[in-house]
Design a protein around this ligand. Sequence first.
Ligand code: G3P
Length: 253
Amino acid sequence: MDSPLKGEDIAYFVDNSSPLYISRQRFRDSYNTYTQHPNNVMKLFLDTAIVSDIEDRLPTGLIAGVTTNPTLIKKSEREPWEVYTDIVELGIEDLSIEVNGQDSKELVRNAMTAHGNYGNVATIKLPCTIEGIKACKYLSTIGIRVNMTLVFSESQAILCALANATYISPFIGRMDDNSLSGLSLIRSICTLYRTQQIKTQVLAASVRDVQSVGKAFEYGADICTIPPKVFDSMVSHVLTDQGLEQFNRDFLA
Ligand code: G3P
């Protein structure tokens, strides 16, 4: 069948023979309703550098951003700039790009280059070190979003907040790997930020399972960044499958 896809349309495939189409503008409007609604604080980001993984899940309208790190980029076996360019072209509006550097000056220089290349889509990811915090303070002052990564303690969260970070990324899974409770840290930081009326958002990272997503949001995380596999698993439930099988049988009977 000939595709009626016109230039900017997005196709939702209901099945192989009957796709539905929506204009990119409409898609963007509904996406904005989700990502910018003041009461809708819970957001899901995808944690991946595989562009097709993002593209496949984008039509759900549920992906508010993407996070990457050097290890994810390496796994993609592509140049970082190729990955970032493709993700920006998909229409993602918030992409965490990690920069490195020996000191805050080098971090800022690399951050400015990334921001120059990808504009406001780029959220600069910096390590939670004293040099990273200095760079964060500077970049936040000039209006560039910063995601402070590799956060493992409340004290680090305090310093990141004082440096006006847009996001902090506590690594849940890596804490659990080291016999510490990642979710307890999420709860403590969220309580602290609420008590002190801090604007920095808590972006739960290193999330490896569906249960952690639920708990992180329950404890007050603003965002969970999750691997595509975890995103897919969120909808699955054995009782849904069983119930639907029964309903389909009865519906057709
Ligand atoms: O965003 C950081 C996250 O990707 C790290 O995840 O599973 O390597 O600990 P993981």
